[in-house]
Design a protein around this ligand. Structure first.
Ligand code: GCB
Length: 581
């Protein structure tokens, strides 16, 4: 799906700002004095806990004027994200409905609006998570009749319009989609979809705007002579301009290859070692609302600390983030919102024996279809980003349980069909070991999440070191694939100190990371390390959470904990020792 852009044939009106907001509503005029910021999650904007803890539909509304010059154009409404389900009304008419909180959708509203006139735009957003949503969750009704949402993932269920909303014009006959696949010799395979079969021309422009290749036809292969590659840390972007009579769309892309060979992860044929983080879209007040100031600052901090990559744990991030990574040469592992497909994790402290995760009564066909759709929409949105080097189709599923293979095999196949060019992975939970995991052989890279020294062998780093090494070597030996640590971390209260190995102190976080690094450096097939997490983030209430998860190397307001300086020293020196692509 193409990102809305202003081009000589297309115009854009950004609808961000203050919208009327209410929990009760519908397409009619909202009876409310509340206003909500867009983009932002609504939960933390208001002081009313009924809004923060709300389960169900919430309503956003504003007036929108269609620019008077748009007569004769198609008018399209584009919602970058409505978490987790959205319904869009133009005046009283339902024009779009979409499930999936982290991918965009659009509606052609031409028949319902007039150039120069105003209309009432209403967007309903529903935050409910059930057994058939991605991510999944459970809704219960408490004794006093309140509906309550629980879920299996460790981040707050922020909801609302957390990304931009756009009104776009485009010609009736237009470019619908573009897919670009590149090779290191400058070969560019392209496919342009149009709304009707019409002649297509393409031109490739270099970063200075000079034409360096051209071709004709809806699909084809063209070649850039003396190509400049997109490299981690040294990005270079071209633009493929797709043209038909009456429409033009420029699609940025980079020329680079990704390949797994033996135990190596190759970018442009050179071994790449991932340094960086699992992250979250999470800031005070805005919740998951996209914010360009945090975007710039977070990438500055990643650069400062020597991170060359991150994973979009645990859902697709705003497209602005992906484009920024393209422009700044940061490598991305792109993850779906399939987090929490694991009922053993949920049974945790309750003592309840876990039910099987994959079964018709728990996560079955319907869940898998929602999961497949999440994969389709992620690949459709992000396929042209050079920064994206791997798809991660699930975080910590019950890959050790019966039914896991039947559940995942078709999803891996689907991902490969949609994109044969990128490796596919999942992040493995601690219960899944090299002995009992049932799906790792289906994937290209072993991404392992482990917390030895935190959840296991708490405060005992010597024991943790032995466990970790045994565990990782088992995976490396059995599968012979590249292996990386996709999560390791320790909760840390800034300002808490100790001379001993005391969990929660700044010293402990540092010692914990150092212990992990000693082990990584002893394992040959190792291709990377992503610390959990870049910054502290909000979660639901829990006795093991102090105003959220505190495993950040930075605090929620982006101040470094002591471990940040140690990581910086390691990652900066690693850049000289281990190839970074
Ligand atoms: C995990 C999850 C992550 C949690 C983390 C933790 O394994 O993948 O979402 O936040 O552990 O801190 O417990």
């Amino acid at each position: 799906m193409l990102k809305p852009r202003s081009t000589p044939t297309r115009e854009l009106v950004n609808l961000d700002g203050l919208w009327r907001f209410a929990l009760d509503g519908g397409p009619g005029p909202l009876d409310t004095t509340l206003e909500a910021a867009v983009p932002a999650s609504y939960n933390d904007l208001f002081t009313d806990s009924a809004i923060r803890d709300h389960v169900g539909w919430a309503w956003y509304q504003r007036q929108v004027r269609v620019p008077r010059g748009w007569a004769g154009e198609r008018v399209v409404l584009r919602v970058d994200a409505a978490t987790h389900q959205g319904r869009v009304y133009v005046d009283d008419v339902l024009v779009a409905e979409h499930v999936g909180g982290y991918t965009p959708f659009e509606a052609d509203i031409t028949e319902h609006v007039r150039a120069g006139q105003e209309f009432r735009l209403t967007i309903g957003v529903n935050n409910e998570l059930t057994g058939t949503t991605i991510p999944p969750g459970t809704i219960t009704v408490s004794a006093d009749g309140r509906r309550r949402q629980t879920y299996l993932h460790d981040f707050y269920n922020y909801a609302g319009l957390a990304r931009s909303v756009w009104l776009c014009s485009r010609p009736a006959v237009h470019v619908e989609d573009i897919t670009i696949v590149t090779a290191m010799d400058g070969t560019v395979e392209y496919a342009v979809e149009t709304s009707q079969p019409v002649p297509v021309r393409v031109r490739v422009l270099d970063a200075g705007g000079a034409e360096v290749a051209a071709g004709e036809g809806a699909t084809g292969t063209i070649r850039i002579e003396n190509v400049t590659l997109w490299r981690p840390g040294a990005p270079y972007l071209y633009e493929l301009v797709a043209e038909i009579d009456g429409d033009l769309y420029p699609q940025p892309f980079g020329v680079r290859t990704v390949e797994v060979r033996g135990t190596e992860f190759l970018i442009n044929g050179e071994p790449f070692y991932f340094t960086g983080f699992g992250r979250h879209e999470d800031t005070p007040v805005r919740g998951k609302g996209h914010d360009n100031a945090y975007l710039v600052h977070d990438f500055q901090l990643m650069d400062w600390i020597g991170a060359n990559s991150f994973r979009t744990s645990h859902y697709p991030y705003a497209e602005e983030v992906m484009e920024f990574a393209d422009r700044h040469g940061i490598v991305v592992i792109d993850e779906t919102a399939a987090v929490g497909l694991n009922l053993a994790v949920a049974s945790g402290l309750t003592g309840a024996p876990p039910r099987p995760t994959f079964s018709p009564d728990t996560f079955g066909e319907a869940t898998r279809e929602a999961h497949a759709q999440a994969i389709r929409e992620l690949v459709a949105r992000d396929k042209n980003h050079p920064s994206v080097v791997m798809w991660c189709i699930a975080n910590e599923p019950a890959s050790n349980e019966e039914g896991a293979r039947e559940y995942f095999e078709p999803l891996v196949e689907l991902t490969r069909e949609l994109d044969p060019t990128r490796p596919v992975t999942y992040a493995a939970v601690i219960f899944a070991t090299h002995d009992n995991d049932r799906i790792a052989d289906l994937f290209d890279v072993l991404c392992i999440n482990r917390y030895y020294g935190w959840y296991v062998a708490t405060g005992d780093l010597a024991t943790a070191e032995t466990y970790l090494e045994h565990d990782l070597r088992g995976w490396a030996d059995r599968f012979g694939k590249p292996i990386m640590m996709s999560e390791y971390g320790a909760d840390t209260m800034p300002g808490l100190h100790s001379v001993w190995d005391t969990p929660w102190t700044e010293e402990y976080q540092q010692a914990y990371l150092e212990m992990n690094h000693r082990v990584f450096d002893r394992i040959e097939a190792f291709v990377g390390e992503h610390v959990w997490n870049f910054a502290d983030f909000q979660t639901s209430h829990g006795i093991h959470r102090v105003d959220g998860n505190k495993k950040g190397v930075f605090t929620r307001d982006r101040r470094p904990k002591a471990a940040a300086h140690a990581l910086r020293a390691r990652w900066r020196s690693l850049a000289d020792r281990k190839p970074q692509g």
